[in-house]
Design a protein around this ligand. Structure first.
Ligand SMILES: C[S@@+](CC[C@H](N)C(=O)[O-])C[C@H]1O[C@@H](n2cnc3c(N)ncnc32)[C@H](O)[C@@H]1O
Length: 257
C-alpha cells in the first residue's frame, strides 16, 4: 500500500489532463461552470483560479477576452506543467504561480471572479480577495461519486463522510458572508473504451484511494493497487453499448460577495 501526503501525491501526478483516457461524457444536469464564467465576465475582468493543476482548464475554457487570469497551485510540479502549457498556448492574459489555497497571498478586493474546481478552499480568504459584488464559482466531487465502484472495492474517497462535502462547502461559503449562495447537484455518466484504460484512469485519480482524517493540507493518501477481480465484477455490471460506465456525482456552487 502506497502512502504519501497530499502535496506529494499531486507533485507525483504533475498534470491534470485526461485526454489519454478518451472519456465520453454524458451530462445529466445542466449546470455549466464555464457558461456561468462567460456570463459574469467581460474584457475588464480579473479572474483567479485556485488549485489550477497544469492549467488545462484555464487555458482551454476560461475567457480569452478577460483582462487578467491568475492560476495558482501549491504543487510546484503542477505549476511547472502549467507554465509549459502556457508557453505552448501563446495566451497573453494568463499567468501561473505557486500558492496554497489555505494561505492565500493575493491583494484584497481585487478579483471579479474566483474559481475553485475540485480543490480545497477557505471561503473566508476568497471573500477577502473578491471585489464587492464579485463571484465565487466552486465545482467539487460529491459524497456518492462512483458509489457502486466504491462499494465493490469496499473503500474510496469520502466514503465514510457523515455529512456530504457539498453541504460542508455550502455552509462554509454562507458563513464566510457570501450572498446569493446556490448549491446545485451535477450528475454525469462517463464511458471508458476498455478495462485497461479504466484501470489506468483509476490509478491516476483518487476515487479509490483512502485518506487520513486530518483537516487541511496534512492528509495522507493511501493508494492500494486496484484488484482485478473487483474491477472485473464492476465491469460485468456496467458494460454498455457506449463502453464501461461510471456514474459521477459532482456539485456546483455560485455565490456573490
Ligand atoms: C483535482 S486537481 C484539479 C485541477 C483543476 N482545478 C481542474 O479542475 O482541472 C486538484 C488540484 O488542487 C491542488 N491543491 C490541493 N490542495 C491545495 C492547496 N491547499 N492549495 C493549493 N492547491 C491545492 C492540487 O495540487 C491539484 O493540482
Amino acid at each position: 500500500m502506497k502512502k504519501v501526503n497530499e502535496k506529494m501525491y499531486y507533485d507525483q501526478i504533475k498534470d491534470w489532463s485526461f485526454d489519454e483516457f478518451q472519456i465520453e461524457t454524458e451530462d445529466l444536469t445542466n449546470w455549466d461552470m464555464y457558461e456561468i464564467l462567460k456570463k459574469v465576465t467581460d474584457e475588464n475582468s480579473k479572474i483567479l483560479d485556485l488549485g489550477t493543476g497544469g492549467g488545462e482548464k484555464v487555458l482551454s475554457k476560461f475567457p480569452s477576452y478577460a483582462k487578467e487570469i491568475l492560476g495558482t497551485d501549491y504543487s510546484s510540479a503542477m505549476i511547472e506543467t502549467a507554465n509549459e502549457n502556457l508557453r505552448k498556448s501563446g495566451r497573453t492574459n494568463v499567468s501561473f504561480r505557486i500558492m496554497n489555497n489555505l494561505d492565500m497571498d493575493v491583494p484584497e478586493n481585487y478579483y471579479d471572479v474566483v474559481v475553485a474546481r475540485n480543490t480545497v478552499t477557505d471561503p473566508k480568504q476568497i471573500f477577502k480577495a473578491l471585489k464587492p459584488g464579485g463571484v465565487l464559482l466552486v465545482h467539487g466531487v460529491d459524497m456518492f461519486d462512483c458509489l457502486e465502484l466504491k462499494l465493490i472495492f469496499g473503500r474510496g474517497q469520502a466514503m465514510d463522510d457523515k455529512k456530504p462535502i457539498s453541504i460542508v462547502d455550502y455552509e462554509n461559503i454562507l458563513n464566510a458572508g457570501f450572498n446569493d449562495v446556490e448549491l446545485v447537484p451535477i450528475h454525469q455518466r462517463e464511458y471508458f473504451k476498455n478495462k485497461e484504460i479504466l484501470k489506468r484512469f483509476l490509478s491516476k485519480v483518487p476515487i479509490l484511494d483512502e485518506f487520513s482524517e486530518e483537516e487541511g493540507d496534512f492528509k495522507d493518501f493511501y493508494s492500494p493497487s486496484i484488484e482485478d477481480d473487483k474491477l472485473d465484477e464492476y465491469i460485468k455490471r456496467n458494460t454498455t453499448e457506449k463502453g464501461i460506465r461510471l456514474y459521477r456525482r459532482y456539485y456546483g456552487i455560485s455565490a456573490r460577495k
